[in-house]
Write a protein that binds this ligand. Structure first.
Ligand code: APR
Length: 244
Protein backbone atom coordinates (compact mmCIF):
# COMPACT_ATOMS: atom_id res chain seq x y z
CA UNK A 1 0.00 0.00 0.00
CA UNK A 2 1.40 3.46 -0.89
CA UNK A 3 2.12 5.97 1.85
CA UNK A 4 -0.70 8.15 0.46
CA UNK A 5 -3.18 5.28 0.80
CA UNK A 6 -1.92 4.47 4.31
CA UNK A 7 -2.18 8.13 5.35
CA UNK A 8 -5.67 8.49 3.85
CA UNK A 9 -6.80 5.43 5.80
CA UNK A 10 -5.56 6.96 9.06
CA UNK A 11 -7.29 10.29 8.39
CA UNK A 12 -10.49 8.57 7.29
CA UNK A 13 -10.71 6.58 10.53
CA UNK A 14 -10.05 9.62 12.74
CA UNK A 15 -12.56 12.03 14.24
CA UNK A 16 -10.04 14.57 15.63
CA UNK A 17 -6.91 15.23 13.55
CA UNK A 18 -4.11 17.30 15.10
CA UNK A 19 -1.52 19.01 12.90
CA UNK A 20 1.91 19.80 14.37
CA UNK A 21 3.74 22.13 11.99
CA UNK A 22 7.12 23.77 11.56
CA UNK A 23 8.88 26.07 9.13
CA UNK A 24 8.58 23.52 6.30
CA UNK A 25 4.82 24.16 6.35
CA UNK A 26 5.50 27.77 5.30
CA UNK A 27 8.31 26.93 2.85
CA UNK A 28 5.84 26.35 0.00
CA UNK A 29 4.50 29.86 0.64
CA UNK A 30 8.00 31.21 0.02
CA UNK A 31 9.18 31.68 3.62
CA UNK A 32 12.64 30.36 4.52
CA UNK A 33 13.06 27.50 6.96
CA UNK A 34 15.74 27.68 9.65
CA UNK A 35 17.99 24.67 9.08
CA UNK A 36 17.68 23.70 5.43
CA UNK A 37 21.14 23.63 3.89
CA UNK A 38 22.02 26.89 2.07
CA UNK A 39 18.59 28.53 2.41
CA UNK A 40 18.00 28.16 6.16
CA UNK A 41 17.75 31.41 8.13
CA UNK A 42 20.28 30.15 10.68
CA UNK A 43 22.72 29.60 7.81
CA UNK A 44 22.77 33.38 7.32
CA UNK A 45 22.01 34.79 10.75
CA UNK A 46 23.43 33.77 14.12
CA UNK A 47 20.41 32.93 16.31
CA UNK A 48 22.30 34.19 19.38
CA UNK A 49 22.57 37.61 17.72
CA UNK A 50 19.01 37.74 16.39
CA UNK A 51 16.84 35.53 18.56
CA UNK A 52 18.02 35.97 22.15
CA UNK A 53 17.02 38.28 24.99
CA UNK A 54 20.69 39.11 25.65
CA UNK A 55 21.13 40.41 22.09
CA UNK A 56 17.92 42.45 22.42
CA UNK A 57 19.06 44.00 25.71
CA UNK A 58 22.49 44.74 24.21
CA UNK A 59 21.14 46.43 21.04
CA UNK A 60 17.46 46.06 20.01
CA UNK A 61 17.72 47.91 16.70
CA UNK A 62 19.11 45.18 14.39
CA UNK A 63 16.62 42.64 15.83
CA UNK A 64 13.69 45.03 15.55
CA UNK A 65 14.59 45.66 11.89
CA UNK A 66 14.94 41.92 11.18
CA UNK A 67 11.62 40.88 12.76
CA UNK A 68 9.73 43.70 11.03
CA UNK A 69 11.27 42.59 7.71
CA UNK A 70 10.18 38.99 8.42
CA UNK A 71 6.68 40.26 9.30
CA UNK A 72 6.61 42.06 5.93
CA UNK A 73 7.60 38.84 4.12
CA UNK A 74 5.02 36.81 6.07
CA UNK A 75 2.29 39.35 5.32
CA UNK A 76 3.15 39.19 1.58
CA UNK A 77 3.18 35.36 1.58
CA UNK A 78 -0.02 33.49 0.73
CA UNK A 79 -1.39 30.30 2.32
CA UNK A 80 -0.86 27.32 -0.04
CA UNK A 81 -3.04 24.33 -0.90
CA UNK A 82 -1.75 22.48 2.17
CA UNK A 83 -2.87 25.22 4.57
CA UNK A 84 -6.28 25.25 2.87
CA UNK A 85 -6.60 21.45 2.94
CA UNK A 86 -6.07 21.52 6.72
CA UNK A 87 -8.61 24.33 7.18
CA UNK A 88 -11.21 22.55 5.02
CA UNK A 89 -10.79 19.02 6.43
CA UNK A 90 -14.21 17.61 7.37
CA UNK A 91 -13.10 16.46 10.81
CA UNK A 92 -12.42 18.11 14.16
CA UNK A 93 -9.10 19.84 13.42
CA UNK A 94 -6.60 21.42 15.79
CA UNK A 95 -3.23 22.90 14.92
CA UNK A 96 -0.05 23.47 16.91
CA UNK A 97 2.55 25.47 15.05
CA UNK A 98 6.12 26.48 15.84
CA UNK A 99 5.78 29.12 13.13
CA UNK A 100 5.35 32.82 13.89
CA UNK A 101 3.55 33.64 10.63
CA UNK A 102 -0.26 33.65 10.39
CA UNK A 103 -0.70 31.47 7.30
CA UNK A 104 -2.78 28.79 9.06
CA UNK A 105 -5.25 31.43 10.28
CA UNK A 106 -5.38 33.17 6.90
CA UNK A 107 -6.25 29.81 5.28
CA UNK A 108 -9.19 29.49 7.69
CA UNK A 109 -7.84 27.41 10.59
CA UNK A 110 -9.19 28.75 13.88
CA UNK A 111 -7.90 26.50 16.67
CA UNK A 112 -4.17 27.28 16.29
CA UNK A 113 -1.67 27.16 19.18
CA UNK A 114 1.48 29.23 18.52
CA UNK A 115 4.28 27.73 20.66
CA UNK A 116 6.85 30.33 19.58
CA UNK A 117 4.60 33.40 19.41
CA UNK A 118 3.69 35.58 16.46
CA UNK A 119 5.34 38.17 14.20
CA UNK A 120 2.11 40.18 14.45
CA UNK A 121 1.88 40.47 18.24
CA UNK A 122 3.98 43.14 19.98
CA UNK A 123 4.44 43.94 23.66
CA UNK A 124 6.52 46.08 25.97
CA UNK A 125 9.83 44.38 26.83
CA UNK A 126 9.67 45.89 30.36
CA UNK A 127 6.06 45.89 31.61
CA UNK A 128 4.89 43.26 29.03
CA UNK A 129 1.78 45.29 28.19
CA UNK A 130 0.52 44.34 24.69
CA UNK A 131 1.19 47.03 22.07
CA UNK A 132 -1.90 47.03 19.82
CA UNK A 133 -0.87 50.03 17.71
CA UNK A 134 -0.22 49.49 14.01
CA UNK A 135 3.49 49.14 13.23
CA UNK A 136 4.70 50.21 9.80
CA UNK A 137 6.61 47.33 8.14
CA UNK A 138 9.66 48.03 5.93
CA UNK A 139 9.30 46.85 2.31
CA UNK A 140 13.06 46.48 1.92
CA UNK A 141 15.46 44.87 4.41
CA UNK A 142 17.15 47.44 6.69
CA UNK A 143 20.05 47.04 9.13
CA UNK A 144 18.58 48.98 12.03
CA UNK A 145 15.24 50.41 13.14
CA UNK A 146 14.46 51.84 16.57
CA UNK A 147 11.49 50.21 18.31
CA UNK A 148 8.69 52.46 19.61
CA UNK A 149 8.48 53.06 23.34
CA UNK A 150 5.75 51.82 25.67
CA UNK A 151 3.24 54.52 26.57
CA UNK A 152 2.81 52.93 29.97
CA UNK A 153 6.42 52.65 31.19
CA UNK A 154 8.74 53.89 28.43
CA UNK A 155 10.24 50.42 27.77
CA UNK A 156 11.05 49.36 24.20
CA UNK A 157 8.36 47.51 22.29
CA UNK A 158 9.50 44.00 21.22
CA UNK A 159 8.20 41.30 18.87
CA UNK A 160 5.79 38.84 20.55
CA UNK A 161 8.00 35.88 19.66
CA UNK A 162 9.79 33.35 21.91
CA UNK A 163 13.60 33.77 21.80
CA UNK A 164 16.06 31.04 22.69
CA UNK A 165 16.16 30.57 26.45
CA UNK A 166 12.72 32.16 26.96
CA UNK A 167 9.75 30.16 28.22
CA UNK A 168 6.91 29.25 25.91
CA UNK A 169 3.46 30.84 26.40
CA UNK A 170 1.76 28.59 28.96
CA UNK A 171 -1.77 29.00 27.54
CA UNK A 172 -0.67 27.91 24.05
CA UNK A 173 1.41 25.05 25.48
CA UNK A 174 -1.54 23.74 27.50
CA UNK A 175 -3.83 23.93 24.46
CA UNK A 176 -1.23 22.09 22.37
CA UNK A 177 -0.84 19.35 24.97
CA UNK A 178 -4.60 18.88 25.35
CA UNK A 179 -5.13 18.73 21.59
CA UNK A 180 -2.27 16.35 20.79
CA UNK A 181 -3.40 14.01 23.58
CA UNK A 182 -7.08 14.01 22.59
CA UNK A 183 -6.54 13.66 18.83
CA UNK A 184 -6.90 10.20 17.29
CA UNK A 185 -4.52 11.05 14.44
CA UNK A 186 -1.51 13.39 14.37
CA UNK A 187 0.08 14.86 11.23
CA UNK A 188 3.59 16.31 11.66
CA UNK A 189 4.42 18.69 8.82
CA UNK A 190 7.73 20.36 8.04
CA UNK A 191 9.71 20.33 11.26
CA UNK A 192 13.23 19.07 11.98
CA UNK A 193 12.04 18.15 15.48
CA UNK A 194 15.27 19.61 16.84
CA UNK A 195 13.98 22.34 19.18
CA UNK A 196 12.63 21.44 22.61
CA UNK A 197 10.26 21.49 24.42
CA UNK A 198 8.11 21.77 21.25
CA UNK A 199 9.72 18.67 19.70
CA UNK A 200 8.58 16.63 22.73
CA UNK A 201 4.88 17.05 21.99
CA UNK A 202 4.52 14.33 19.28
CA UNK A 203 6.00 11.85 21.76
CA UNK A 204 2.89 12.31 23.93
CA UNK A 205 0.78 11.02 21.03
CA UNK A 206 3.24 8.25 20.17
CA UNK A 207 3.23 7.00 23.78
CA UNK A 208 -0.55 6.53 23.70
CA UNK A 209 -0.45 4.72 20.36
CA UNK A 210 -1.98 7.51 18.25
CA UNK A 211 -1.20 6.96 14.55
CA UNK A 212 1.27 9.61 13.32
CA UNK A 213 1.79 10.74 9.73
CA UNK A 214 4.92 12.80 9.00
CA UNK A 215 5.27 14.95 5.88
CA UNK A 216 8.80 16.16 5.15
CA UNK A 217 11.15 15.82 2.15
CA UNK A 218 13.96 14.74 4.50
CA UNK A 219 13.89 12.52 7.57
CA UNK A 220 13.68 14.46 10.82
CA UNK A 221 14.33 13.73 14.49
CA UNK A 222 10.64 12.74 14.69
CA UNK A 223 10.49 10.33 11.73
CA UNK A 224 11.04 7.29 13.98
CA UNK A 225 7.75 8.16 15.75
CA UNK A 226 5.79 8.11 12.47
CA UNK A 227 3.42 5.33 11.45
CA UNK A 228 3.77 6.71 7.89
CA UNK A 229 6.51 9.03 6.60
CA UNK A 230 5.54 10.84 3.39
CA UNK A 231 8.78 11.97 1.71
CA UNK A 232 7.02 14.93 0.14
CA UNK A 233 6.29 18.63 0.57
CA UNK A 234 3.42 20.14 2.53
CA UNK A 235 1.72 21.73 -0.47
CA UNK A 236 1.83 18.45 -2.45
CA UNK A 237 1.09 15.86 0.25
CA UNK A 238 -1.64 17.47 2.36
CA UNK A 239 -4.24 17.88 -0.42
CA UNK A 240 -3.61 14.24 -1.46
CA UNK A 241 -4.48 12.84 1.97
CA UNK A 242 -7.10 15.32 3.25
CA UNK A 243 -9.58 15.51 0.38
CA UNK A 244 -11.85 12.90 1.97
N1 APR B 1 7.33 20.85 2.96
C1 APR B 1 7.47 20.15 4.11
N2 APR B 1 8.60 20.13 4.87
C2 APR B 1 9.64 20.86 4.40
C3 APR B 1 9.58 21.62 3.21
C4 APR B 1 8.36 21.59 2.47
N3 APR B 1 8.23 22.27 1.34
N4 APR B 1 10.79 22.23 3.04
C5 APR B 1 11.56 21.87 4.09
N5 APR B 1 10.88 21.05 4.90
C6 APR B 1 11.32 20.42 6.16
C7 APR B 1 12.81 20.26 6.30
O1 APR B 1 13.22 19.02 5.75
C8 APR B 1 12.97 20.27 7.83
O2 APR B 1 12.72 18.97 8.35
O3 APR B 1 10.94 21.32 7.19
C9 APR B 1 11.84 21.17 8.30
C10 APR B 1 12.31 22.55 8.72
O4 APR B 1 13.12 22.39 9.87
P1 APR B 1 13.68 23.70 10.59
O5 APR B 1 14.22 24.63 9.58
O6 APR B 1 14.54 23.24 11.72
O7 APR B 1 12.37 24.42 11.18
P2 APR B 1 11.56 24.05 12.48
O8 APR B 1 11.60 22.57 12.75
O9 APR B 1 10.22 24.67 12.38
O10 APR B 1 12.40 24.80 13.63
C11 APR B 1 11.87 24.74 14.94
O11 APR B 1 13.57 26.28 15.66
O12 APR B 1 14.87 28.14 15.42
C12 APR B 1 13.73 27.65 16.01
O13 APR B 1 11.93 29.01 16.63
C13 APR B 1 12.50 28.37 15.52
O14 APR B 1 10.25 27.49 15.44
C14 APR B 1 11.60 27.26 15.01
C15 APR B 1 12.17 26.03 15.66
Amino acid sequence: MTTVAQAREIIHAASHVHFFTGAGMSADSGLDTFRDARTGLWERVNPQDMASLEAWQRDPEPMWAWYLWRAHLAQKAKPHAGHKAIANLSRTVSVTTQNIDNLHERAGSSDVAHLHGSLFAFRCSSCHLPYPQDIELPNTPVERLSPPLCRNCGGSIRPGVVWFGESLPQDHWQKAEENIRSADAVVIVGTSGSVWPAAGLPTLAHRQGTPIIEISPQRSELTDLATVWMEDTAAQALPKILDL
